[in-house]
Design a protein around this ligand. Structure first.
Ligand SMILES: Cc1cc2nc3c(=O)[nH]c(=O)nc-3n(C[C@H](O)[C@H](O)[C@H](O)COP(=O)(O)OP(=O)(O)OC[C@H]3O[C@@H](n4cnc5c(N)ncnc54)[C@H](O)[C@@H]3O)c2cc1C
Length: 425
């Protein structure tokens, strides 16, 4: 995992000094956070909020606190992940730039993937824009007919001199309508087996021919989009990784997406820390703080949260040391996919009726019920629980691979047969 190793090369000397300087800068320059941080939804991310967050990101960039562990030659600071972890640790008490899910897709997944596989000329041009808040990146991976089976992507990229013409459809792209760029998986060779004909591109979200349509959900938010590529032109200089070797890029991206990219996991927790404040106040409001069952539930969340933080830090560290494959990284993704809905249910049980009633517009009070309703999405987003179990079985435990009918056949043959199954007149 090239760039992940590279990013850990820098010395981690002087972290305490760095932390002190960061604290002083944060205190002077950023407003303190009021209450617990809550991830903004698509509705919260109005143009004004996005502009304010971009301005905050620019402020970090100008002060030298953006891209702390990214390579210097691309505008980062080449420091260790421990420096970055120390900064984020201090910054958790302040109002930091928050682009909702786009923060993670940009800074933890897509751009680190680009840093591993992108050409130096592309990175020199692109990374400073990311660091200054002018290039937020979404993921154009999943398609209507390929989600778990990412290698089955059918978005077509056709070469035309120094550029590529993209046609096809993506779906589920989180906050693509608020992003500036997307990291897009395409098929560039249809005559070889599916894993061998893939290529990635960086695509501007305002490219002519690209239509991004938010999908309104039952809870009134629009967290994802469907995206239509109609003759979208992309220069070859915006290709990420080698032609037809996109599966290697995909492996890097999956490792990062499953947890290795978490910048906030650079420093392992020294202990379980305080009880989860929001759940204690839910119990208080319900008059259940002395109830033994409620106390057991609180203890269960408290200890499992700690286990999750340790596991996340361990996987992130293995990523930095280049010791991860997507199968091993699956442990942390499977943890999140299984525990997130359990934690959300425990919160409802702790808070009882009062946790499920709120005045319209009171986002803080609504949070418990919404987390319960949304809890299942963690078992799908970034790869389903079943796919994580497959990955662990095959790549961590060395069990036999699941049988495949299409992995070794030219992809165009597989598609032709799917469209016209044998025996169909
Ligand atoms: C909240 C959220 C955010 C998302 N954000 C993005 C994004 O930003 N960009 C993006 O490109 N995509 C995104 N996705 C899409 C996500 O990656 C896919 O939904 C996911 O990979 C599953 O693919 P699918 O929906 O096509 O389901 P399918 O692949 O059709 O799976 C359907 C069911 O079959 C099971 N299954 C499939 N194959 C196997 C197998 N081999 N073994 C065992 N079980 C199997 C699955 O586990 C699942 O239960 C997001 C999804 C969610 C829920």
């Amino acid at each position: 995992m090239g760039a992940l190793d590279g990013r850990s090369d820098a010395s981690s000397d002087g972290v305490d000094d760095y932390r002190r300087r960061a604290r002083a800068w944060l205190t002077t320059n950023l407003p303190p956070l009021e209450g617990a941080a809550q991830r903004p939804t698509s509705e919260d991310l109005t143009p004004e909020v996005m502009a304010a967050n971009r301005a905050l990101q620019r402020k970090l960039f100008e002060a030298g606190y953006a891209g702390i562990s990214w390579p210097k030659e691309y505008g980062g600071h080449g420091l260790s992940s421990a420096h970055e972890g120390a900064f984020l640790d201090e910054a958790s008490a302040f109002a930091m730039p928050d682009f909702g899910a786009l923060s993670a897709t940009t800074f933890d997944i897509c751009v680190p993937t680009m840093l591993t596989h992108g050409a130096p000329e592309f990175l020199r041009r692109f990374i400073p824009k990311v660091l200054s808040g002018d290039a937020l990146v979404c993921q154009f991976f999943s398609e209507p007919s390929s989600g778990s089976d990412l290698a089955g992507a059918r978005t077509r990229a056709t070469r035309d001199g120094d550029q590529w013409i993209l046609n096809g459809q993506k779906v589920w792209s989180t906050l693509a309508h608020l992003a500036d760029w997307g990291l897009c998986l395409t098929r560039t060779d249809w005559d070889v087996p599916k894993h061998r004909g893939l290529t990635w591109f960086a695509v501007p979200c305002d490219a002519p021919g690209l239509t991004i349509r938010p999908i309104r959900q039952i809870n009134e938010t629009a967290e994802f989009c469907e995206d239509f590529f109609d003759d979208v032109v992309v220069p070859d200089t915006d290709r990420i990784g080698a032609l037809n070797e996109g599966w290697a890029v995909t492996q890097t991206m999956l490792v990062l997406e499953r947890g290795a990219g978490r910048r906030d996991a650079a420093i392992p927790p020294s202990g379980p820390g305080p009880m989860p404040e929001e759940l204690v106040s839910l119990a208080q409001r319900a008059g259940r703080l002395a109830d033994p069952l409620t106390r057991q539930r609180l203890a269960r969340v408290h200890t499992t949260d700690f286990v999750g933080r340790v596991l996340t830090a361990r996987i992130a560290e293995m990523g930095r040391l280049g010791e991860l494959n997507p199968g091993l990284a699956s442990y942390v993704k499977l943890f999140r996919g299984t525990y997130t809905p359990i934690r959300a249910r425990l919160a409802v049980e702790i808070g009882g009726g009062p946790a499920m009633i709120w005045e319209g517009g009171d986002a803080k009070r609504a949070a418990t019920s919404l987390a319960y309703l949304n809890g299942r999405s963690a078992s799908i987003a970034g790869g389903t629980n079943e796919m994580q179990r497959n990955g662990i079985a095959e790549r961590a435990l060395g069990m036999p691979r699941e049988p495949s009918f299409d992995a070794h056949r030219p992809f165009n043959e597989v598609v032709r047969e799917a469209q016209n199954p044998k025996g169909t007149p």
